[in-house]
Design a protein around this ligand. Structure first.
Ligand SMILES: Nc1nc2c(ncn2[C@@H]2O[C@H](COP(=O)(O)OP(=O)(O)OP(=O)(O)O)[C@@H](O)[C@H]2O)c(=O)[nH]1
Ligand SMILES: [Mg+2]
Length: 227
């Protein structure tokens, strides 16, 4: 996938009528984690704005998309809702990680095993050569089930810090939390846009250089998020 940027000085092709043709960039974001943590519901909430009446275990992968506007640019956020069950994901794993732009790790705040299993999901991600600069975020879902919470925020925050991730605690079910769910994906999209614009500007003064848009990072080696 080779996204283009409107902030680049390179001439844009025209759409036939003499109007500049602006290619919509696509950001591929994968959502992974144990089965039943709410990955499908979270992606449904972001892309469709509702909580599904009922869900079944995802088989392989489901794709959802939402076009968002960031600083005047339309960006297509392509969300890959992956299967948590091993038997439904085996043959697909390579596809999940290929050319991924960002990764969302999800656990269920009411189920400690879904949190302790995160290290296995991170290992899988690292094992598929996902570049360390690809932004990753951690999401604790089902916060509406207040009386059943097993994973304290402090523990999740420590884990997120140790892995250089932002933490979002939210609920796909509670409509009051929908902005919080949107924030997960919008934050990633903002980061990706900023990273790619920066690199594009870097290449301005170097004609003849291949125009590859890849994630960049700030002086501390951390991904910078403008949110
Ligand atoms: N209370 C509550 N239930 C939720 C929430 N999100 C999802 N659920 C429920 O959790 C169950 C599993 O949700 P899914 O979204 O299908 O889980 P998944 O992670 O996609 O599971 P796999 O596809 O098997 O990997 C369903 O019964 C949902 O209704 C939430 O925020 N709050
Ligand atoms: Mg699912």
């Amino acid at each position: 996938m080779s996204p283009s940027s409107r902030s680049c000085p390179h001439p844009l092709p025209t759409a036939g009528l003499g109007l500049p043709y602006v290619q919509t960039r696509i950001f591929k974001i994968i959502v992974i984690g144990d089965s039943n943590v709410g990955k499908t519901c979270l992606t449904f909430r972001f892309c469709g704005g509702t909580f599904p009446d009922k869900t079944e275990a995802t088989i392989g992968v489901d794709f959802r998309e939402k076009t968002v506007e960031i600083e005047g640019e339309r960006i297509k956020v392509q969300v890959w809702d992956t299967a948590g069950q091993e038997r439904f994901r085996k043959s697909m794993v390579e596809h999940y990680y290929r050319n991924v732009h960002a990764v969302v790790f999800v656990y269920d705040v009411t189920k400690m095993t879904s949190f302790t299993n995160l290290k296995t999901w991170i290992e899988e991600c690292n094992g598929h050569a996902v570049p360390p600069l690809v932004p990753r975020v951690l999401v604790g879902n089902k916060c509406d089930l207040k009386d059943l919470i097993q994973v304290p925020s402090s523990m999740a925050l420590k884990f997120a810090d140790a892995h250089n991730m932002l933490l979002f605690e939210t609920s796909a079910k509670d409509p009051k939390e929908s902005q919080n769910v949107d924030a997960i994906f919008m934050c990633l999209a903002c980061r990706l846009k900023a990273q790619r614009s920066l690199l594009c500007r870097d290449l301005e003064g170097r004609p003849g250089q291949p125009r590859r848009l890849e994630p960049t990072h700030d002086a501390n080696g951390k991904n910078s998020c403008p949110c």
